[in-house]
Design a binder for this molecule. Structure first.
Ligand code: 5GP
Length: 182
């Protein structure tokens, strides 16, 4: 499948994603029972993941979003983090679960966690749909819930974009052509 100038092939199907999300929700429901967690989705990429995940959360919870960006339309991280929408929710004394689309170098996550810690939450953990263990530069101990571990490859679909395209795809696709840059 072609998106703009690049060719992509299927990697993870919609049904597989849905099953994994169910299991993540079972874990979260058990771990956060009685804690009324605040789920903080990181926009834009996590919007579908957050929506599907919280539909399976059966304990009382809050859902909000923040917007960070470290990719600027290409297939490699720019290493610069831009904060587009700040978090307005008061999180002091609360149990926080950050919902991320994908963890690549881990820099975005490390930045967000440090920022949230300044607001004195009771706890912070991270639930990421995808993680590239081979690319992690920062070890993130809060990364407790992971949908799928993938290779060092560029992926799109299910919220993730290439040049802002492909976020609406139901499945996850990977870049077909081999490149050292991903
Ligand atoms: P990190 O700071 O961990 O290097 O990058 C995290 C952010 O980069 C993610 O939230 C996501 O927006 C973007 N990103 C990292 N890897 C990919 C990828 O394979 N595909 C897409 N579309 N975005 C990615």
């Amino acid at each position: 499948m072609k998106i703009d100038d690049l060719e992509f092939e299927p990697l993870i199907e919609e049904e597989t994603i849905a099953k994994r999300i169910n299991l993540l929700a079972v874990e979260l429901n058990a771990d956060y029972a009685g804690k009324t967690p605040i789920f903080i989705g990181v926009l834009n990429g996590s919007f579908l993941f957050v929506a599907d995940l919280v539909k399976h959360i059966t304990i009382p919870c809050e859902v909000t979003f923040t917007k960070l960006a470290s990719y600027y339309g290409g297939t490699t991280s720019s290493r610069k983090i831009r904060e587009d929408i700040d978090l307005s929710t008061d999180i002091s004394g609360r149990h926080i679960v950050i919902i991320e689309d994908i963890v690549d170098t881990g820099n975005t996550l490390a930045y967000l966690i440090e920022k949230l810690k300044l607001k004195n939450p009771a706890s912070i953990s991270v639930c990421a749909m995808l993680v590239k263990p081979g690319k992690l530069e920062t070890s993130v101990e809060e990364l407790r819930y992971v949908g799928f571990e993938i290779e060092n490859e560029f992926v799109v679909g299910y919220g993730l974009d290439y040049k802002e395209l492909g976020r609406n795809l139901r499945d996850i696709y990977r870049l077909t052509s081999t490149t050292d840059e991903v």
